[in-house]
Design a protein around this ligand. Structure first.
Ligand SMILES: C[S@@+](CC[C@H](N)C(=O)[O-])C[C@H]1O[C@@H](n2cnc3c(N)ncnc32)[C@H](O)[C@@H]1O
Length: 240
């Protein structure tokens, strides 16, 4: 069962909103490594559709324009009222050049999930760093995890991909980042933290089983702040 989202319709939300946009604007160049690694994975993802459904893209601060410009049509779903304007600020020119049509829908993707899928049956789907944020939108963590784990069941006949937070926590400024890994299957959060040599308290974003079992997982390191690191996972899935 999907809960009511206390942040729906709000300007300030824990997974996005003005604070996120401000931070993203000022940290663009510091995120260059993360963005280019993400761009590489998105470039390798070649679903056979020229239509893209973007789930929770915010203003697309981390998304490469060149990836978006591959598509003829993009439908984007986000509850943030600022997302459409800022997304166009970031990507409008590139999308105009490629002739890509962009439409934003202010919908709660979890509550409207089935109707969104039905409305866009031919679109490839990208969950854009949204599934690992759901724990901030539902105080019942077991229910939040069940909600994000259930999405793969409705997507068995679709081409889809997701990048999402696995872990986040304090990381000493200047310390070398852990070595990013690829894994053929899900790695439990405690083992993942230990494999990466992370110590201290790390927030588990409950995304260990978002991707189907047999999906290859690529880790990407994202130093969100000078002293705060996110471990992000990327995976893509084909119809079974
Ligand atoms: C961390 S941001 C995504 C950042 C994005 N990848 C970028 O490159 O800027 C997460 C986004 O998910 C949106 N979001 C969170 N829960 C949502 C929901 N239930 N339905 C639709 N959008 C949601 C937030 O509004 C926010 O814009």
């Amino acid at each position: 069962m999907v809960s009511n989202d206390p942040y729906e319709g709000a300007l300030f939300i824990p997974s996005g909103g003005p604070v996120w946009h401000w931070r993203a604007l000022w940290r663009q160049w510091r995120w260059a490594g993360f963005k280019s690694e993400l761009a590489r994975h998105l470039e390798n993802w070649q679903p056979p559709s020229d239509r893209l459904l973007l789930m929770g893209p915010s203003a697309g601060w981390c998304l490469p324009s060149a990836f978006l410009a591959r598509f003829k049509t993009i439908d984007a779903v986000d509850i943030d009222p600022l997302a459409p304007l800022l997304f166009r600020f970031n990507h409008g020119l590139a999308l105009a050049r490629s002739g890509t049509s962009l439409t934003f829908h202010k919908l709660n993707l979890f509550r409207e999930f089935d109707s969104i899928l039905k409305a866009y049956p031919e679109h490839a789907i990208l969950f854009s760093n949204v599934l690992g944020q759901h724990l901030f939108h539902d105080e019942d963590q077991a229910r939040a995890q069940a909600t994000i784990e259930a999405i793969k069941l409705s997507l068995s006949n679709r081409y889809w991909a997701s990048f999402h937070d696995r872990l986040s926590g304090a990381y000493p400024p200047g310390k070398a980042l852990p070595i990013a890994q690829t894994s053929p299957r899900a790695v439990e959060s405690a083992k993942l933290a230990s494999d990466l040599g992370l110590s201290g308290q790390w927030l588990d974003h409950l995304t260990v089983n978002v991707l189907p079992d047999e999906t290859e997982r690529h880790l990407i390191l994202w130093p969100l702040l000078a002293d705060w690191l996110h471990i992000v996972e990327f995976g893509s899935v084909e119809p079974r």
